[in-house]
Design a protein around this ligand. Sequence first.
Ligand code: PFF
Length: 444
Amino acid sequence: MAQRETWTSRIGFIFAAVGSAVGLGNIWSFPFQTASNGGAAFLVVYLAAVFLIGFPTMMIEFVIGRRGESNPVAAFKSIGHGEWSFVGGLGVFSSLVTLAFYSVIGGWVLSYIVGSLSGAYFGDPATYFGSVSTGNVAIAAHAVFMAITIGVVAAGVTGGIERATKFMIPAILILLVGLGAWATTLDGAAAGYEYYLSPDFGVIVDNFASIVPPAMGQAFFTLSLGFSVMIAYASYLGRDDSLPADGGAIVVVNTLVALLAGFVVFPLLFATGGVEGAGGGAGTAFIAIAGAFGTLPAGGILGAVFFVVLLFAALSSAISLLEVPVSFVSENYGYGRTTTAVAMGVGIFLLGVPTTFGTSWLNFYNDVVFNLLLPIAVLLLAVFVGWVANTEAIDEIELGSSFGPSFATGWLWWVRIVVPIAVIVTLYLGVDSLYSGIVAGDYF
Ligand code: PFF
């Protein structure tokens, strides 16, 4: 078998993992989830979910990946617990389904870059959204987005993924800081910051059950957890890396990008009418943002910059979603990387086509992943690492780390008890809402 590639450096790994984490979830979904769940109240719960549950869960995937040193399905076997391989398989399946609709949204972003430069959405943002989000335009843009993703993955771990993310992540940060500085000059800036940053703790207490599931789902999704992606990426990691230090850096940068996106989006929305109507789902966010850019001076150029940032973020995440099934199939069945990337990419493209029929299809794909597949995978991973492979896990956490044994033990007990309880509550509420949606005919 061919020698496995490894990251050329620790920084290469961090860039790629940050590339996976930073995506549509941070720049598009986070501000709008915040807008539909009460502003700063949501932010507080979300940050707690990221640091208290997301960070320890990232360590779970890192432990399995580095110890397993292979694709996410084979990893369980090489740790000596082949009967748990289905958990890795579940993540691979979720990656396929997620990429199918993620790429469709990536296609919308491409259309919005074009629309910003041509001014096509300035007059009537809602009609523009309708014309690019469904039908042939959406299918064509989805195909272009998927083709770029396939190209990067086919080029390999170091030549493709590492190189692309090393360029895109700094670009995202620089452009977002620039847009955030511009947003301070908007008329709505003060009202936007107020809504975004002054939490009303009464709102959190009153709406606990409706805020927690989206906050937890968003935390897992934004950190790319439950999809076997971090297992796959950590498998290319060297023995001398500190898992907690790398994970901490990734979580912090990812959170910074989401916070920065809020500093752009909230002033923008409040400059042109507030958050009313912006948090209603997939399309409303695009319509609200485009509507705001369309009415501001130099809005077309700045809108194009915003959507380019979104495109880079979406691409670096899509790459990770394709890498997982590709590394699994090519390692397991011995096919070449390029052949596998093309074949799987075309399959995923076809799986995504139904979500161009209408946003209710897209919501269905999204909710199945968020409310069902993702929490189940995280729960199984926590039980596996906490109770089954716990000795190996402690070893891995301590290897290359300067945090000491009490950190590892504290983490283990957290993973054994707190993470599963939090995920079970989320799963229960999430399945309940998915089921009510199906019964009420919200999707079909
Ligand atoms: N973390 C990405 C985002 O926030 O958009 C989405 C994502 C990428 C989820 C990769 C899962 C994944 F495996």
